[in-house]
Design a binder for this molecule. Structure first.
Ligand SMILES: [Zn+2]
Length: 579
């Protein structure tokens, strides 16, 4: 009896304590002037996890900083196994925050969103139709590198993290190459969840204008014929109306910098695979990047971001089946696709008009540099129709082969394909296969380092047929998969963010063997004697005085034509078996 009284008393006390738990976020407590630290943010979600059965905080993978990568899930079914969620028939909204750790709006907005969902304050009954997954901090190293001085032009919060991660890499250039542990964790989550909608939250730099929030969405010309009309005809109109009602009107991301003024015309952001939205697009996930404006107060920016993610969750919860079906059919189409555009360029012959709310810009004399400086006059707001260049056209299109073949020696590439859901087969015995191959005829390399690389551009290829020896365990990748776009864009050397571009195949770009001129003389002579046609070509070249005056150039010409010359030099080691 005495024990039960103690138990009941404890139970009541415990209930009382729980009722008193304060779920107000730091952003709310400070009236929008501060954002959470890494530890405060994780603790907040741990608290929600403890008090709401619909919320779960889990760790998936790690980050370059050595801290775990966290994921927060909201699911009214209380199911938190990602592979079960993926096939549950629910719509999945995936939100990524603090990829640039100085841009904290989504961090605070997501905390309020998950709490309000858990407390039943938003979406109500329709919340059962969706699962919301949130990475609270993607760039953990950047978040830990907190300071008042990390964002020179940003109007709050008082302290924020830094753009680069623990190894000074910009994670929003890492989606297709994955040079960070953070990205391997993201890939894992992304493919386990297979989200319908994805949002990456940012705070923009650049021109000044009236809008608190701007939007990048998937570039429409790159979308499947089923997703394009949904995004352009239904989702975006809904979100533009929704945000207008919330007093945070949207506009497309203002892709101009420095001296150009937005009213001279806007161009759409190129949705390349290295960026989050371009990456998710390869897998038929509908991607959005919110860019709130750095000069607007933090409180307004966070609320604008909050309303956007709330609105998108609302849309998905009411149109779940339509979105799921469009994505499923799009994947089937991609699996059957034969031609792939792997490089795009802006079509500057086509534009649409948008009603843009800007500030008049003019140039005044700088008191610092004494040179003209751009000045946006906030006392002179304007609203006018401006040209919006939002059409892209393919500049490189390739026919996919039936198979790509690649030696297991290039396992850093194969591991990346597998991590993205690409199914590979292995060759079961040593064999020689006649394959079509690329030779790298020319390319340029960036002079300055970029994200730990010296990327290659302006790639010129020739195609040859080669007999290539493969060994048991080498890989065959059949181009008949829902992941086809990733396969082709990464493996074709001309792809905008191909593995070739990002230096994965650089060892083929220099020669390993050379001849010694003084002993090659005799071999060169016999090669010429045994090949009258070659001899004739060589003697003709000797009429060129520059060629004739350089002994090494002449011998090297013969060496390159001889069977001694290494076959792997400039031979791109991903081979094609054509249809
Ligand atoms: Zn950013």
């Amino acid at each position: 009896m005495r024990l039960s009284i103690i138990f009941i008393t404890f139970f009541i006390l415990n209930l009382g304590l729980k009722a008193q738990v304060d779920f107000t976020s730091k952003f709310e407590k400070t009236n929008g002037s501060e954002t959470v630290t890494y530890y405060e943010g994780i603790e907040y979600y741990r608290l929600l996890d403890e008090h709401f059965a619909s919320v779960k905080l889990i760790e998936i993978g790690t980050t370059d900083a050595g801290f775990p990568l966290h994921l927060v899930l909201f699911n009214t079914d209380e199911e938190f196994d990602l592979s079960v969620i993926k096939n549950s028939g629910k719509g999945v909204l995936f939100i990524n925050n603090a990829i640039h750790a100085g841009e904290t709006d989504g961090v605070d907005a997501s905390m309020m969103l998950i709490r309000n969902l858990a407390q039943g304050k938003i979406l109500k009954d329709s919340s059962k139709n969706i699962v919301v997954a949130v990475i609270p901090f993607f760039n953990v190293g950047g978040v830990l590198n907190r300071s008042k001085y990390n964002r020179v032009n940003q109007n709050g919060p008082s302290e924020v993290g830094f753009r680069g991660n623990a190894r000074s890499l910009n994670l929003n250039r890492d989606f297709s190459k994955a040079n960070t542990k953070n990205m391997w964790g993201f890939w894992d989550i992304f493919h386990k969840l297979d989200p319908d909608f994805f949002i990456d939250t940012h705070v923009s730099n650049g021109a000044d204008y009236q809008y608190t929030i701007t939007l990048i969405s998937n570039q429409k010309d790159k979308l499947s014929p089923l997703i394009k009309p949904l995004l352009e005809g239904a989702i975006k109109p809904y979100m533009y109306d929704y945000m207008e009602q919330k007093q945070y009107p949207l506009t497309p991301y203002i892709n101009v910098y420095g001296v150009t003024q937005p009213d001279e015309g806007l161009t759409e952001f190129p949705d390349w695979p290295r960026y989050s939205s371009g990456y998710v697009n390869l897998f038929q996930t509908i991607g959005f990047i919110t860019e709130s404006h750095m000069l607007k107060p933090n409180k307004e920016r966070v609320m604008a971001t909050y309303h956007f993610i709330n609105g998108l969750a609302d849309y998905l919860s009411k149109s779940t089946q339509t979105i799921i079906e469009a994505r499923a059919k799009s994947k089937l189409l991609v699996a059957e696709q034969k031609e792939f555009a792997i490089k795009w360029e802006l079509d500057d012959t086509k534009s649409t008009k948008i009603n843009f709310k800007g500030y008049e810009g003019s140039f005044t004399k700088s008191s610092v540099t004494k040179q003209p400086r751009l000045f946006y006059n906030r006392n002179k707001p304007y609203e006018k129709w401006v040209d919006y260049y939002n059409f892209f056209k393919p500049s490189v299109v390739v026919s996919a082969p039936k198979f790509y073949l690649v030696s297991k020696a290039w396992d850093d590439v194969v591991l990346r394909l597998k991590a993205n859901g690409v199914v590979t087969k292995t060759i079961n015995h040593d064999t020689t296969i006649s394959v079509s191959a690329y030779r790298i005829e020319d390319y340029e390399t960036m002079k300055n380092p970029y994200e730990g690389h010296y990327p290659h551009t302006s790639v010129v290829l020739s195609k040859t047929v080669e007999s290539v020896k493969f060994f048991k365990g080498d890989y065959m990748i059949e181009v008949n998969q829902p992941t086809n776009r990733f396969i082709v864009e990464m493996l074709e050397p001309k792809g905008e963010d191909s593995f070739f571009k990002w230096n994965f195949f650089d060892p083929i770009l220099d020669r390993k063997e050379h001849f010694s001129g003084y002993v090659f003389e005799e071999i060169a002579e016999s090669i010429l004697n045994e090949n009258p046609k070659l001899n004739k070509q060589f003697r003709a070249l000797q009429k060129d005085s520059v060629f004739a005056s350089n002994r090494y150039t002449q011998l090297d010409w013969i060496y390159k034509k001889s069977p001694y010359f290494e076959k792997t030099y400039l031979l791109y080691p991903v081979f094609r078996i054509e249809h």
